[in-house]
Structure formats: structure tokens, C-alpha cells
Design a protein around this ligand. Sequence first.
Ligand SMILES: [Fe+2]
Ligand SMILES: [Fe+2]
Length: 298
Amino acid sequence: MAGGGVSQFEELLDRLSEKARGDYYNPYTRFDWPASVPEDEWWMSPEFLSVHGTGVEWDEARLKRLAGRETVNFFSLNVHGIRELMIEVARRIHTPGFARYSDFLHHFLGEENEHMWFFAEFCDRYGGGVYPELPALPMDGGFPGRWADVAVFARIVIFEEIVDYLNSRMGRDGRLPPILRELNAVHHHDESRHVAFGKQFVKHLFDQAAEDDADGTRRAGLETYLKRYMTYSVNTLYNPRAYRDAGIPEPMAVRRAAMAHPARAAFHSKLLARVDKFFVANQIFASPWGGAGDADDE
Ligand SMILES: [Fe+2]
Ligand SMILES: [Fe+2]
């Protein structure tokens, strides 16, 4: 990769580490945890429910119950997703190829540990606990060497983009009780740094790995794997257990019907539009994953 690119990336790293130092907060005292969170309020913005736009004719009480359970699902996905990414980052920090990034990666690991804590804390206090992990694809995609690094950090960016799409909007939604607005907003604040780092880091790792891929086979394999992970990730938003716990009959049928609805495909492509565009623009993808969804930069 060109020397100019490296130094720009290194400047970004230093700036983000500096910002992380300035933004540092104590997560254990940061939030006012109320005695309870009213169940007749929207714990999640109704337009982010997994059945939104699919024409279900449910009353508001049922939709609010589902919002509560899908909040527990969303936060549980965060807990498990963070646990996995921390393992992979911890494997690499201070090893030869990653020494230059270790300072930022310390902030990253520290912040993710705190995020995992507050998401789990919410589920434990008000939601009856964290939902169990859903079966997942192997984190490094089974790729060798530098391609495994690209796969890991590309997955982290995909995961963080989905979460941040929702956090950034729900952090500003006045219908949500204050504790839920706060958790979403605080997470969004930290994640804006992670996403800025993550994309440039993936580009940097990819450019390095691509030096050993004259016929493009690895790149094509990576594209297939990441697209599978994108599909897997949006599918985890439809958890049959959340439907069941919300008292909805036939949760598996509800899941299937919701997932197959065209309105949902449009939403999925919106969730991942920015990262999909990023992969195409940097030749990591030969074609977009999600079709025509436009980046939404609000
Ligand atoms: Fe996080
Ligand atoms: Fe993050």
C-alpha cells in the first residue's frame, strides 16, 4: 500500500486514541439505573421491531411487549457479539503485526468490556437475563494468516454498523424511557470512534493481504463469507424466543413470515448500506450484498 495511506491511517489512529482518552468515563457510575422500567412504554422504537412493515395487525400492548423482548434480544446480541470480537482482538494485540495498533486496541478492548457490562446489566436488571447465544459462523471464516485478520476486522465493522444504525436513532427517540435512550446514546458515542477506525483498518489489512492473492481467489472467498455473515446478522434480529416470550402464538411461523416480507429486505439493505458501499468502493466486494439500499447518513 502507498506510504501516504499508511501515514494518514496512523494519524487517524493517534487522533482516535487521543479522543478515547478525552471521552473516558466510568461505566459503573455513568448510568442512573431506575428501580424498574415501565412495561407500557416503548423499549425500542416501534419502526425497528422485526415485524415492522409486514402488515401484522397487533394491538399496541402486544407490540410494546415485543419491543421489550426485542430489546433484550438486541442487547444480548451485543453481549455475545462483543465477547467474540474481544477474543479475536485479544489474540492479536501486541503480536508483531499489530504492535503499531495496540494503543488504540487497548481503548477498544476496554470500551467493549464496558459495553458488554452495561448491556448485560440491563438484561439482568429488567429483562430476566441475557438470551443464549445463537449458533454463529466461525469468526475468522477459516481463512489462513492475513486473510483471517481481514475477515475478523471486517466482521467487527459489519456488526458495529448494524448496532450503530439502531443505537444512533434510538439514542434520540423521546418515546423511549431515559435509561434506554442513554444506553443507546452512550454506545453510539463510543462506536463512532470504532467504526471510523474499523473501516480504515480493514482497508489497510485487505491491501496487505491482497499482495498474496494474484488470481483473486482469496478475495472472492472473503466476499462470499462476509455476505453470508451479513445475512446471518440481520437474521439474528428475528429471534423466535423473543416472539414466544412476548406471548405471540406460533413464533416460528411469525419469524418465517416476517423474514420473507419484502419490506424487511429493504430495511436490511438500509441497515448495512454504508458498509456494503465501503466494501464495493474498496474492491473487497465485486458486487453489493444488499441491492439498491442507499447510504443513510442522518
Ligand atoms: Fe461496543
Ligand atoms: Fe465497538
